[in-house]
Design a protein around this ligand. Sequence first.
Ligand code: NDP
Length: 477
Amino acid sequence: MNIQNYINGDMCAAQLGAVLDNYNPASGKVYGTIPNSDAQDVSKAYEAAAAAFPTWSNTPAEERFKVMNAIAEGIDNLRDALALAESNDQGKPLWLAKNEMIRAAQNFRFFATAAMQFASESHAMENRAINYTLRTPIGVVGCISPWNLPLYLFTWKIAPALAAGNCVVAKPSEFTPVTAAMLGEICTAAGLPNGVLNIVHGLGATVGQAIVEHPNIKAISFTGGTATGKHISSVAGPMFKKVSLELGGKNPNIIFADADLDKAIKTTVNSSFMNQGEICLCGSRVFVERSVYGQVKDALVKAVSEMKVGDPLDPATRVGAIVSKPHYEKVLGYIALAKEEGATVLCGGTALHPEGLENGYYIAPTILEGLSASARCNMEEIFGPVISIMPFDTEEEVLAMANATDYGLAATVWTEHLTRAHRVAAQLQMGIVWVNCWLLRDLRTPFGGVKSSGVGREGGWEAMRFFTEPKNVCIAL
Ligand code: NDP
C-alpha cells in the first residue's frame, strides 16, 4: 500500500517526491511506501491549517460535535479494514487491533461531547467585580505520535485538539503510518472541512522536527520516547510553546501476599506482554512478596511459556511481531545485557522464527530473575516482551525499589488490604496507580507521568485545557 500525505483535504505526495519503504514486521518484507516529507510539506500543511482556523474556531460546538461523531462512526464502519491495516503495519495480533479501533472511535466520540460540555469558570469578588475566563483555541497545533498504539494514540491527541477549535498538523510514526492515512479519508467523508486536519508522513528528524520548529505552530502534543521528548523540549522551550509530553516508563507491578493471586497472575500476564510489551503502561518490573514469590513465579512462567507467539493474523496468537528490525535488535540486546548483569532466564529469552514468517521479528515472552534492583535492565525502558521478577519483604522496601527509576508513569498494586492500598498508592511516584486492575481507563481521568515520564496530562478537561488559552476578563461592578 502506497500512502500519501493528507493536506487541505487532498491526498498528495511529498513535494520532492521522495518515499520511504514501509515494512510488515510479521514477514520482515516491504509492502508499501510512505512519503518521505520534509519542512516544505510541513509548511504547506501549516498554511492549510492556518487558512482553515478562522472558520473552524468559530464553528459552533454543536457542529464540531456532529462532525466528530461522524468521524467516530466512520472509524466504526471501517473497523475491520483499519484493524487489518494496523496489524500488518505494527505486528500486533489482529484481535487486539480490533479492540484498539473501538477506542480510536471512542476518542472522537468522547471529545465530541467534551466540545459541547467544556465551560469556563467565573469568580465573583463580592460587590467589586466579576471575573470570567475565556478559553480560546490556540490556533494551529502539532500532534506527534509513536508506533505502539498507532491510531489509538493519534486520535487521542487529534480529537481534543479539534474539539477545542484548533487546526492540526499531525505526524504519525514512520513505522506505522497506514491507519493515520486512512483516517484522513474518513475525516473528509465525515465532512471535516479541508485544512482542519493535515497529516504529514516521514521521519521524526525531518517532519517531526519541522513541526516542532515551526514558528507559528504554538503547541506540541507529543507521545514517544524520553530522549525525543527531551530534544523536543529543548527546541520548543525557547520558543515558549505549550508542550505536553507523554514519555517512557519502567512501571512496577507490586503483588502483596494478601492479593487475589489468581487475578493478579492472570492480569500480570496481560499487563506484561500485551502488544508484545510495547505499551507504555506495561508493567516491566514485577515485585512479589517473598512468602508467595515461588507460587507466583511458577504460575507466571507456566502461563507465559504457553502463550502462542507468531502470525498476528492467527486468532490464537497472543504475542505478535516486534514493530521493526531496529527495535527487535534493541530488545534482544537488552536480553543479552540482562544475562551479563547476572539474570537467569526463566522462560523465553530468544528470537523465534515461525514457519513461513522466518524473516519476521519475533521474540519469545521473557521472564528474567536475579537482576539487582539497580541493574540497567531494571532501570531502562526495554519496551518489549521482557519482564524482571523480584521478591520483596516489606512495604518500605518495595516502595523504595518501585520509585528508584527515573521514570514515573504507572504502577499496579495487588492487595486486598484496604489501608495498604491507599497508603502505597499515595507513596508511589507515578502519574497513574491501578489497584487490583490494569489499563482500566476512564477517559475523564488525568493521564500522564511524572519525572522522566513526561510533563502535563492528557484526558478529559486536562486535554481541553491544554489545547486552549485561558484569558481572564475582570469587570468592575
Ligand atoms: P520516538 O520518540 O522514537 O518517536 C515518537 C514520535 O516522535 C515518532 O512519530 C517519531 O518519528 C517522532 N520524532 C522522532 N524524532 C523527532 C524529532 N526530532 N522531532 C519531533 N518528532 C520526532 O518513540 P517511539 O515511536 O519509539 O515510541 C516508543 C516510546 O513511546 C516509548 O518510550 C514509550 O514508552 C513511549 N510511549 C509513551 C506513552 C505515554 O503515554 N506516556 C504511550 C505510548 C508510548 P519517527 O518514528 O517517524 O522517526
